[in-house]
Design a protein around this ligand. Structure first.
Ligand SMILES: [Zn+2]
Ligand SMILES: [Zn+2]
Length: 351
């Protein structure tokens, strides 16, 4: 089969590799028909994730058809159309039991294994460990393109942004960064009753898109002197927003979130940070604020599927570019230069 293989920093190829086989009795093999590329894949390609080594097939998002199951797979059957969750889980360790499979102890302490510790989904076939727990049947009426946004992007924005930020009825929510993850938080914040969703970015296309995804207000960082002050002004009483979701991963945007929230407010950090941020605890200790961080657990996939079926969320809006699976390298190029191409998610489909 063909797959996208990582060969070290800035070196990858769509090339011939061996087809995956069942290794453990709880495995399944899925023939991928739809996959996409994540910002994390770009970090890997830069060499930022040393656990990913030469020869690894990348990708942790996908929809496909089950072609083979191990003898201990009970729920999933050959022929099932499934979403591959970016988080695998044994289902029985302390963390899985606590609904935090991102730290599954039977997968080396990290549930994100695809395209990281084992071969991933940017391939014609993928082996899925603990298939009963990591595959979700795609219901009739939900398209593969909608479904693939449930592998990672929507649960990440929803769980680590909206739910960790405890977005509640009537809350004013700022989402700092309107890339795919920020847009996922914007799209799902309304399902928790946010009264106002303010998107912050420096890119006009992304801010326009944010409005289509449910933002009620936008702030272009190039048009205001003090973003934190502009956000506080948009809160009902001027004291600050209830929740600020950080969806960039650099010190300045984290600081903007701290500046924007009211006493008792919450910062939900979703961004992947590569350098230290300052936390001015000498100013903040008195403010009764909450800061959360985390890796997605992908335990809300079924909930989000329901929101798609009811029409409350429309994840097909993420797709800006479509490619055939074998055009993977070209798709990476577009996604890596997303701003030049007005790209959000690039979707690849088997022919
Ligand atoms: Zn991802
Ligand atoms: Zn586990």
């Amino acid at each position: 089969m063909k797959a996208l293989v990582y060969h070290g920093p800035n070196d990858m190829a769509w090339e011939e590799v061996a087809e995956p086989k069942i290794k453990d009795s709880t495995d399944a093999v899925v023939q991928i028909d739809t996959t996409t590329i994540c910002g994390t894949d770009l970090h890997i390609l830069k060499g930022d994730v040393p656990a990913v080594t030469d020869g690894r097939i990348l990708g942790h998002e996908g929809v496909g058809v089950v072609t083979e199951v191990g003898s201990d797979v009970d729920d999933i059957e050959v022929g099932d159309r499934v979403i591959v969750s970016c988080i695998s889980k044994c289902g029985s360790c302390e963390y899985c039991e606590a609904d935090m499979p991102s730290h599954c102890q039977n997968l080396g302490g990290i549930g994100w294994v695809f395209g990281h510790l084992i071969d991933g989904t940017q391939a014609e076939y993928v082996r899925v460990p603990f298939a009963d727990n990591g595959l979700i049947r795609l219901p009739d009426g939900v398209t593969a393109e909608q479904g693939v946004m449930l592998s990672d992007i929507l649960p990440t924005g929803y769980e680590i942004g909206v739910l960790y930020g405890d977005v509640s009825e009537g809350d004013v929510v700022a989402v700092v960064g309107a890339g795919p993850v920020g847009l996922a938080a914007i799209m799902t914040a309304g399902t928790r009753g946010a009264s106002r969703i303010i998107a912050v970015d420096g890119n006009a296309f992304r801010l326009d898109t944010a409005r289509e995804f449910g933002a009620t207000d936008t702030i272009n960082i190039d048009e205001v002197d003090d973003v934190g002050a502009a956000l506080r002004e948009l809160s009902d009483d001027g004291l600050g927003v209830d929740v600020a979701i950080e969806a960039v991963g650099v010190p300045a945007t984290f600081q903007t979130c701290l500046d924007a929230i009211r006493p008792g407010g919450r910062v939900a950090n979703v961004g992947v940070h590569g350098e230290p941020v300052e936390f001015p605890i000498q100013d903040q200790w008195i403010n009764n604020i909450t800061i959360t961080t985390g890796l997605v657990n992908a335990v809300t996939t079924e909930t989000l599927l329901g929101e798609i079926q009811s029409g409350a969320i429309t994840p097909e809006k993420f797709t800006t570019h479509r490619f055939a699976l074998h055009e993977m390298v070209e798709a990476y190029d577009v996604f890596a230069n997303a701003v030049d191409h007005d790209a959000l998610k690039v979707v690849l489909t088997a022919e």
